[in-house]
Design a protein around this ligand. Structure first.
Ligand code: FES
Ligand code: FES
Length: 170
């Protein structure tokens, strides 16, 4: 089997019923998708398969032979974060970060599909993504602000990130 992960076409040697999550993490060393419940209930493992969000823990790799998989790593680079990733930094929308890869992938798909900055709609789009840390408010504010993409990212002397608002996102 072959799958394309973040632009790289890769051969998969795991048995076909192995979950995509386990193939990514254990065979291909793509560890952005997190193993939370591994039962479809938390959203931490969410990736895009041919552009649609999928719970990778529930996806047998044989079922997506030939597909294109995008994980959180494929949405931006360390020195070129996507608008959603930048907004999560700006709003402190990640604390322990365990839910963040799935949240960012789902939020990116929502916005790329024309989703608005309406808080209720964002809440609905992220339904089923469990966060034990943030209380969700910062996450929803980050996604709403990312709608405008109005962030400039700078790197701090310590190697961290800081963002500066450049538009009218609040
Ligand atoms: S690890 Fe897949 S939904 Fe929780
Ligand atoms: S930031 Fe810790 S679970 Fe969401």
């Amino acid at each position: 089997m072959n799958i394309t992960v973040n632009g790289d076409e890769l051969e998969v040697r795991s048995p076909g019923l192995t979950s995509l999550l386990r193939v990514l993490r254990d065979e291909l060393d793509v560890v952005g998708p997190k193993a939370g419940c591994e039962a479809g209930g938390c959203g931490a493992c969410t990736v895009l398969v041919d552009g649609a969000p999928r719970r990778s823990c529930l996806t047998a790799v044989a079922a997506i032979d030939g597909a294109e998989v995008t994980t959180v790593e494929g949405l931006g680079a360390a020195d070129d974060l996507s608008p959603v990733q930048q907004a999560f930094v700006h709003y402190y929308a990640a604390q322990c970060g365990f839910c963040t890869p799935g949240m960012v992938v789902a939020a990116t798909h929502y916005l790329d599909s024309g989703g608005s900055d309406d808080r209720k709609e964002i809440q609905e789009a992220l339904r089923g993504h469990v966060c034990r840390c943030t209380g969700y408010v910062k996450i929803i504010e980050a996604v709403a602000a990312a709608r405008g993409g109005n962030f400039d990212l700078t790197t701090t002397a310590e190697g961290g990130y800081t963002t500066v608002m450049t538009g009218d996102a609040k």
